[in-house]
Every structure is written in C-alpha cells, then in structure tokens.
Ligand binder design. Sequence first.
Ligand code: FE2
Length: 354
Amino acid sequence: MYDETITSAKIMIIDDDIGMMDVLTAILGKYGHKISSFTEPVSAIETLKSNSFDILLVNYLMSPVNGDRIVELVREFNKEIYIILMSSHKDLIPSIETITNLDIQAYYEKSARFDQLILLIHSGIKYVNQVIRIKNMSIQIEETLPDFANVLLNTVEAKDHYTGDHSYRVSKYSEVFANYLNLSEEDTKSLILAAMFHDIGKIGINDSILLKEDKLTDVEYENIKLHTIIGANIFSVSNIFKDASPAIRGHHERYDGGGYPDKLKGDDIPYLARVLALCDTFDAIVAERPYKCATSIPFALDQIKKNIGSQFEPELAKEFIAMVNKNKKYIEEATHYSKPEKINAKNIANKTKE
Ligand SMILES: [Fe+2]
C-alpha cells in the first residue's frame, strides 16, 4: 500500500538509452510517480538545481559525462536526493570501489525484469519520508525551544529574582556585541543562549548561600563558584544547547588566569566566554544590586578599561567599549530592562543577527 508521500514522489531519470528511458518511464508512471527524463546531463543538472526531486536514477556509462561524475556534481549542491546508479553493460559495470566511494544510496544492474528496481525505488521513498519526518521534528523542536527556554528562565528567576533580570540584560548586550563583532549565526545563537543562561547553575546552589546578605565565608564562596560547572553540565547534555556550554563554564575566567572554575589563561579561555565575561561584568557594574546602587555607563566602561589585560582580553575589551559608545542610546535603555514575563522567541530560536 502506498501512502500520500509515496505516490507523489518526483523521480528524475538520466539515461542516454532512449528505449530504456521509455520503458522506465512507463513502469514507474504506473505506480503514480512523476517522472522527468533527460538524455543529456547538463540540462538535467540545471533542472535539479532549480527544482526539487525525491529520487535520481542515473545511468553509469554515458557520453560525454559518466554517471559517477554526474553524482559528484549533483552532490555539490544536493545532499538529500536519493540516488540510484544504474548500469546495463555487464562487462563495463562500475567497480565495487567506485560504488562504495560514491555518495549514492543504491546500485541497480538493468535486466529484463524490473522487480529489483521497483524495490529500490520503494526503499528510496521510505528514505525520503524519513528525511521529511526528521525535518518536521527539527522544526517542532525549534518551535518549542522558546517555550522551553522560558520555563528554564522562570526556574532560575524563581530561585533568585535578580538573576532573571540580569541575565536578560546580558543577553541584550550580547546580541548587539555579537552583531558588532560580526559573529557567525551559530556563534551568535550560542552567545545569546549562554548569556541568557550563564547563571543557570545557581539553581544548584543552596539558598542559604545564594541569598545570603552578609559576607560569604571562603567555603560558601567556593560553593557559589560551582554555578559555572553546574550550569555548563546542565547545558552539555542537550544537542540544542550544548554549544553554549563552554561560554557558560568560562564566563568567570580571567584573562590573567586568576578566574574560575578552570583558571584558564588568555586564548585558552573559550572565545565566547571572553565575550560573555565583558557583557556580564558590564551589567554587574551598571545595574543596581541589593548591596549597591546603579552606576553610570562611563563609570562602568572606565572600570572595564582598568581591567584590560588582567580580567579582560585587551582587543575584545576595546571592541566592547567601542560597541557601547556606538550604541549608547540602546545600551542606556537596556541597562534598565527587566525580564519580560515571556521572553521574545526570536532571541533564542531564530539565530538572530539584527
Ligand atoms: Fe556567573
């Protein structure tokens, strides 16, 4: 029995044997597949570039370009299409090595009976349907990601109200800084995620330490430091979030090696952790905290300048200062942000770079 996807499969055949092409078109057409046939490869490849097909049937021996070369050319721009390489010349069949090294899914030796080919086409259609399902699942995961992120953020905020607002502001600075530094989409997404959740490990720290208003003892401070490792571990188990994990772990490292948890130095500190450290510290200085008043942006930038080379990577710190000065109005507004009840999905899901 066919389902909807199977009957609507689009198949391209490239074969310079017109007689064989007609036979294949007739047989496969009977199964409800849409067939496009080409006797010469150049126009076939051009058509493949601008149209979507599910399955490609390509003959091995053809002139001027053989099937194996056509496969290579197609794979340069299309990794998904299910390719069946066909051969009819018993003594000129491709070697096992050629078949294995080619990025094809199946090989068919032509014969008077077409049962085997029909079976291969069926396997191809199953493969195509699986790819479609995986794609749909990825879209669903991507769509639910913001909701999941909101749940996580609210969890942190329930534990420590200050952390929710602070993390939200740090994510805002990170977004602008990523744009200023021209980071890749992937790095931008990882940085924003890491910024939003850099202190998520605090959910693993005892309230009596986390919310203590008096000065922390040495042991308590050692406990607080663990939030970097706990947070990174939480994120490292998720395929979607794991790229943000190194920045979360390293956001309290110092350029001179005096930070924590790994006492990394200079370029050994993951790049996004160095970027995040600037955004995090900036907010820690400008924002009001239970134990200190808010300060001005020039004062915060001055503090960053004083810590160039010790706490911060020199070049990156200079870039950060330049970024704040270039986006003064936005950054000034952002320093007063509180975390909205529900954060904007775009910030997390769409790998944004405005
Ligand atoms: Fe932190």
